[in-house]
Each structure stands twice: as structure tokens, then as C-alpha cells.
Design a protein around this ligand. Structure first.
Ligand SMILES: Cc1cc2nc3c(=O)[nH]c(=O)nc-3n(C[C@H](O)[C@H](O)[C@H](O)COP(=O)(O)O)c2cc1C
Length: 260
């Protein structure tokens, strides 16, 4: 909730961002990423954007939803346009970019300086090549068949293994399996086995059993992926909504239980 509840307590937000920029020094750019606010009655993005700009951040990214929205409905790109018009620092738009052409549309509609991609790249790291092509004015898009996707999966697991050690790396990789295979014809047993692979050799064996000649499942293009949830009640620290002008951190704020 750091990016949606914190800006409500704007003096505290100001303190944190100002300190971060100062401590980072002139050579390390600091960016802020936030949601529109807590809910429709507690929108904070314009004020928070101005505070961040004043604090000296290099860019501000906005996810066009409130905390209450969670991942429901569609992202409000008009809020991104409003923020881009209000600030001089680059505003990066975020929310519902599933394909490179969505990014072009967002930039065109909102005047944002760039985009931030979340769920759209789950199991599709080549989306960034598509984005580079699109912003370069090129129309080609990566449509990897299953053989190429399996190669990317192997490389992903290998890089995680280099980083975390093989056991932890492959375990961490498991959560990506269903995203990579979305839309491909792969049986439930094989999917389950891949989702429980214990090492690179087992992963290789299982990937080798797939029907690798399948083309990219075009039916998945432009389709939302990852989390999509309904509106929810936002949990806030006690008295949070009455404390907008308070500059103090709430009790227990050092607990690292935040997330996107
Ligand atoms: C797996 C995953 C992890 C995320 N982690 C973070 C995070 O650590 N910090 C953050 O600000 N947002 C995080 N997000 C939210 C995204 O950055 C993004 O704001 C949100 O998914 C909306 O963009 P999208 O429609 O492109 O998915 C995460 C999203 C996903 C799917």
C-alpha cells in the first residue's frame, strides 16, 4: 500500500521522498510509483506528483487505479493524462498494457513520456522487444512458437539458478510456468510436473516432451493476464484517513508487508 495509502499522509510522503532524493545524491535517479489514491473519495495522485517533482525525482509513474480498485475494471488512463499535464518531470503511465500497441495508444492518449508494464510481461519477456520496436516505429512483433518459448523458459530458470542457486532458482521459476504456457496445448499432467520441477535437468526433460512445433497462440494477444480482482475494502493503519496532515510514520511501519 506504499504507493496508494502513503501519499494521503502527504507530509510524511514528502519527508520520505525528499530524504530519498537527497541521500541518493545527484547521480542516482529516484522515481516514484503510485496509484491514483486510496479510493474515489481519497485521490492523491496530483498532489503527490507535485510533491515528488518538488522533491527532485527523475520521473513519476502512475497506475490508473485506486487501492480499492485493486485490479478490477480497466485502468483510468485519463488520470495519467491529467498528471502528465500537471507535471514537468516525465510521467510514466501504467495499467492494462497487454501489447506494444497499447503502449503507443497510452502515450498518444495521455501525453505520458513512457510506460510501465506489469502483468502484460508475465511469461512474455519478449514484450519489451515489441515495445522497443513499436516506439521505434517498426511493426514487427515477436510471436515465438513453443520451441522458442521453451528456450526462453530454460534460460529464465538458468539465470535464476545462477542468481539464487539451482534449487531456489528453479523453485522460484515454477510460478512462471503457467504464464509461459498460456494458450499452448500442453496437458495438465505436464503443466503440473513443470510447476513442481526440482532442477534444471528435470526441467529439460519435461520441456523435451512438449509438442514444440506449435505456433504462438494468437488468441492470447491483447488478453489480460495475471491477477484480476474485484473492488475491495482497503486496510489502513488506525486513524489513517483522519491524519492527512501528520508527518509521522505509523507505529509498526518498519514491517515489510507492502507490495504491488
Ligand atoms: C507479479 C507482480 C508483482 C508486482 N510487484 C510490484 C511491486 O513490487 N511494486 C509496485 O509498485 N507494483 C508492483 N506490481 C504492480 C505493477 O507494477 C502494476 O502497477 C500493476 O500490475 C498494473 O499494471 P498492469 O496493468 O500492467 O499489470 C506488481 C505486479 C505484478 C503482477
Amino acid at each position: 500500500m506504499g504507493g496508494s495509502a502513503l501519499p494521503w499522509r502527504w507530509r510524511l510522503f514528502e519527508r520520505i521522498v525528499t530524504t530519498a532524493v537527497r541521500e541518493a545524491g545527484p547521480d542516482i535517479p529516484v522515481t516514484v510509483k503510485m496509484r491514483k489514491g486510496i479510493d474515489p473519495d481519497h485521490l492523491t495522485f496530483v498532489r503527490a506528483g507535485r510533491i515528488a517533482q518538488e522533491a527532485g525525482v527523475a520521473a513519476v509513474a502512475l497506475h490508473g487505479r485506486t487501492a480499492a480498485d485493486m485490479y478490477s475494471g480497466t485502468a483510468d488512463w485519463s488520470a495519467i493524462g491529467e498528471l502528465a499535464a500537471a507535471l514537468d518531470v516525465p510521467v510514466l503511465g501504467n495499467g492494462d498494457i497487454w501489447e506494444a500497441d497499447d503502449a503507443l495508444r497510452m502515450v498518444e492518449q495521455t501525453g505520458c513520456a513512457g510506460v510501465v508494464v506489469g502483468r502484460g510481461c508475465l511469461g512474455r519477456p519478449w514484450l519489451f522487444a515489441d515495445l522497443a520496436a513499436a516506439f521505434d516505429g517498426r511493426s514487427e512483433r515477436a510471436l515465438p512458437g513453443l520451441r522458442a518459448v521453451a528456450g526462453v523458459m530454460r534460460r529464465h530458470a538458468e539465470l535464476l539458478s545462477e542468481h539464487l542457486g539451482e534449487q531456489r532458482g528453479v523453485t522460484d521459476f515454477r510460478k512462471h510456468v503457467s504464464w509461459y504456457l498460456k494458450g499452448f496445448r500442453v496437458g495438465g499432467d505436464t503443466r503440473r510436473a513443470l510447476g513442481m520441477a526440482a532442477g534444471l535437468a528435470e526441467l529439460d526433460d519435461l520441456l523435451g516432451t512438449l509438442d514444440l512445433d506449435q505456433p504462438y497462440p494468437r488468441s492470447e494477444l491483447g488478453v489480460p493476464r495475471g491477477r484480476s480482482t474485484g473492488i475491495r475494502k482497503v486496510s489502513l493503519p488506525d486513524g489513517w484517513l483522519a491524519s492527512a496532515d501528520c508527518a509521522d510514520a505509523p507505529f509498526g511501519a518498519e514491517l515489510d508487508t507492502s507490495g504491488g
